[in-house]
Write a protein that binds this ligand. Structure first.
Ligand code: C5P
Length: 217
């Protein structure tokens, strides 16, 4: 079974998907974390030529696991779980994710992973491109103001130099790149259930989505 949640940056997809995974005892898959991991590797290698970097991507050994409320990501044995949450990674991830080779690599990894268990996954193109036959599709959205405030609150404890203005600009520019890219852009699937979380509490949105899951899956 696979349930997907797509939507713009900071719309609460990951935290909601995690909570639903916990309450329904299913697995959680954070597809953005996989694009962030690739971006981290590219930055760590000092931004090599992309053609060469992508040619070598299939040799990267990616591992992902959800436990203790955390989506752990490793690449070639290095734990990247926290390292992928920096502003530098956030500033470059949409550029890396726009390349076909990056998408092919991540998509193959995810399709393979979800065969082994029941999953709820979050991303941008899961309902439209990666899992068009998903058991249930959600599209989560909220105003840019609200998304920026929430993301800023999450990041400020680990990065004291960050400002609300930086976060808002990053979300705005990532959404623009993600919506306008040629390869599998961010888009609501025709059969997705829209959840607008503006003004809703976390508990309200989780309950609403669980009741839709129980009715439909
Ligand atoms: O979900 P998160 O904000 O961590 O995703 C980081 C970036 O990864 C997005 O801005 C987008 O560029 C890319 N992404 C994607 N397709 C997905 C998930 C994430 O292109 N399914």
């Amino acid at each position: 079974m696979i349930i997907v949640i797509d939507g713009p940056a900071g719309s609460g997809k990951s935290s909601t998907a995690k909570e639903i995974a916990n309450r329904l005892s299913i697995q959680f898959l954070d597809s953005g974390a996989l694009y962030r991991a690739i971006t981290y590797l590219w930055l760590k290698a000092d931004k090599p030529d992309k053609a060469i970097f992508f040619e070598n991507l299939p040799t990267v050994k990616l591992q992902a696991q959800y436990r203790d409320q955390t989506f752990f990501v490793q690449a070639n044995g290095e734990d990247l779980t926290r390292k992928i949450r920096t502003q530098d990674v956030a500033d470059h991830v949409s550029e890396i994710a726009s390349h076909k080779a990056a998408r092919k690599f991540v998509n193959e990894f995810m399709r393979n992973l979800v065969q082994k268990d029941a999953y709820i996954a979050d991303g941008r193109d899961l309902g439209t491109a990666v899992f068009p036959d998903a058991d249930l599709k959600f599209y989560m959205d909220a105003s840019l103001e609200e998304r920026s405030k929430r993301r800023f609150d999450e990041m400020k404890s680990s990065d004291s130099s960050i400002t609300l203005k930086d976060v808002k600009e990053n979300l705005r520019s990532r959404d623009e790149k993600d919506q306008n890219r040629k390869n599998d852009p961010l888009k609501k699937a025709d059969d997705a259930v829209v959840i607008d979380t503006t003004g809703k509490t976390f508990e309200e949105q989780v309950r609403e989505m669980i009741s839709i899951i129980k009715e439909n899956v």
